[in-house]
Design a protein around this ligand. Structure first.
Ligand SMILES: Cc1cc2nc3c(=O)[nH]c(=O)nc-3n(C[C@H](O)[C@H](O)[C@H](O)COP(=O)(O)OP(=O)(O)OC[C@H]3O[C@@H](n4cnc5c(N)ncnc54)[C@H](O)[C@@H]3O)c2cc1C
Length: 501
């Protein structure tokens, strides 16, 4: 049965043209909304999806790279439907934390670590994190950080007395920090990790030669040319303009004011700016201010930084069977004792100790990609690319002992410095009730505590951070945008007669 049409003439403004914003716009347009605008601050759509071509015709992803899971993953299904998934030999696994016998683990003194030891410790580590993700932790860990849980289990394990095992375990924790976008695993809640839902099927599905840009293109093609406006940062959202006695005279309850002074009037505004942007700008961005419960959620949820460091060489210097060069320190930053003894000067000086390693890159036989996270990633963003490149080459030479040439090009992402992103993705800090805070974050305004006369659904919130099960991911972002669009659509389809009139 066809859905009833939505009444025309309602204006929806979407702040942000990342995946959440584009998904919201596409859903509204498909449902018959004719007045939809997406205001994007940057000069390109996509947000944390950023497919570039700095090294020739083949793509480099500065942001999202993989599709996490297959079953029930709308991005996977969309990619499959449009023939965008990679095939056959192009499926190269090159990500932090993915261990195969072909990952080369080097100790800082130039010694290669035995494959069996690395495999055993990494597989033990995976079992421990799987338990946390499956919500199957012993009760004693309910109020512990992820780092403390892992340390306690390691202490009682077969590997506890081997120095090399301890060092590899430290590498595993460093790698997990990259997945979680946290500075350390002691910042993360062990028990809340289970709220994130990993979807079945290949966990790291790769896209074909068009990368994530081709996913964006599917949405962009479904929108008329004038829907998306780039280079249009929004400064302020005034809502509740219908709060006065003469509410019925107010044509639109929300006004969006752009940095360039342009004003747009709307019935509904969907805000998809990242949690990092909200943490920095929400106090000045909304008039009246956001309710306290939402501000608390914005402050309490975590938004961490993960960056990539691409090194392009003239020729490959690593063996053909090597998919990654992983760096194992004598004393790494993920060791709790080391971590707690570090002052700011010390960790800034040795920021590079947070780099997990350097992985090969699909379709680029002479490029390596390094990963770094947390406060050290933010510090790296303050340095020149030339300096970062020199440090990385020093590391590669001293760890491997190989003849490592100078790179011909260095390219780093700078997600923290980007004023319209301010980090990479969401994490749940230790002690935070994820469900409660994410529900508060996604609750539309006016909320139940606002004056009863206000028109409903004036400001809605989407974006990766608002998805309880799939935060951090592209499918979480997509589903959150669709959720808020459908909230508006449903509202009109079930509209009460007083509001119709
Ligand atoms: C390095 C990195 C690697 C990642 N890897 C993966 C991966 O492999 N797989 C995966 O599933 N996910 C990955 N992610 C996460 C994924 O990219 C995000 O979850 C997703 O793209 C977020 O989409 P979004 O629409 O919620 O937010 P965003 O993409 O941040 O979109 C929000 C948009 O709002 C705009 N904006 C902000 N402020 C304003 C304003 N005032 N006015 C107008 N516009 C504004 C921004 O410019 C931005 O375009 C990765 C992210 C990073 C950074």
């Amino acid at each position: 049965m066809a859905s009833p049409p939505v009444p025309s003439g309602h204006t929806v403004v979407i702040v942000g043209g990342g995946l959440a914003g584009l998904a919201a716009a596409a859903t509204l347009v498909k449902a018959g909304f004719s007045s939809v605008k997406v205001l994007e601050a940057m000069d390109r759509p996509g947000g944390r999806i950023h497919t570039t071509k700095p090294f020739g015709p083949d793509i480099i992803e500065l942001g999202a790279n993989w599709i996490h899971g297959q079953q029930g993953n709308p991005i996977y299904h969309l990619a499959k439907e449009h023939g965008l998934l990679t095939e056959g030999t192009e499926t190269v696994m090159c990500l932090p934390g993915f261990v195969t016998p072909r990952d080369y683990f080097f100790h800082e003194h130039g010694r290669q670590l035995p494959v069996e030891l690395v495999e055993e410790v990494c597989s033990f580590f995976s079992k421990l994190t799987d338990k946390a993700f499956e919500h199957a932790l012993d009760e004693k860990y309910t109020h512990k950080s992820l780092g403390d849980y892992l340390d306690e289990e390691f202490k009682d394990s077969l590997w506890a007395n081997s120095k090399d095992s301890k060092r590899v375990f430290e590498w595993c924790k460093r790698s997990e920090c990259t997945d979680e976008a946290s500075s350390s695993l002691y910042e993360l809640s062990a028990s809340e990790l289970g709220l994130y839902t990993a979807l079945d099927g290949g966990f790291f599905n790769s896209l074909g030669p068009g990368g994530y840009q081709h996913i964006l293109d599917v949405f962009l093609k479904s929108l008329a040319a004038d829907v998306l406006v780039c280079s249009k940062p929004v400064k302020c959202i005034q809502w509740g303009l219908d709060k006065k006695e003469q509410a019925s005279e107010v044509a639109h309850p929300v006004k969006v004011i752009c940095e360039d002074g342009q004003e747009l009037h709307a019935d509904h505004v969907i805000v998809t700016a990242s949690l990092g942007v909200l943490q920095e700008k929400a106090p000045a961005m909304f008039e009246p201010s956001l309710p306290e419960v939402k501000m608390t959620a914005i402050k309490k949820l975590g938004f961490g930084t993960v960056d990539k460091i691409y090194l392009k060489f003239n020729e490959r210097f690593w063996p053909e069977d090597c998919v990654g060069i992983q760096l194992v320190w004598e004393e790494g930053f993920e060791d709790k004792e080391v971590l707690t003894s570090l002052d700011e000067e010390s960790w800034k000086k040795a920021w590079y100790k947070k780099i997990c390693g350097f992985d090969i890159v699909a379709r680029h036989p002479t490029v390596l990609c390094g990963w770094i996270t947390g406060r050290e990633a933010k510090h790296m963003e303050t340095l020149e690319e030339e300096v970062i490149g020199e440090v990385c080459i020093r590391l590669l030479r001293s760890f491997t002992g190989w003849k490592v040439p100078d790179p011909v090009s260095v390219l780093t992402s700078r997600w923290w410095k980007n004023p319209y992103v301010r980090g990479s993705y969401t994490y749940i800090p230790y002690g935070v009730d994820a469900m409660k805070q994410q529900a508060a974050l996604s609750d539309p305004l006016p909320s139940s505590t606002c004056p009863p006369k206000l028109k409903p659904l004036q400001v809605l919130f989407a974006g990766e951070a608002t998805h309880v099960k799939f935060y951090t991911t592209t499918h979480g972002a997509y589903l959150s945008g669709k959720r808020e669009a459908q909230r508006i659509i449903k509202h009109y389809r079930h509209m009460t007669p007083w509001y119709c009139s």
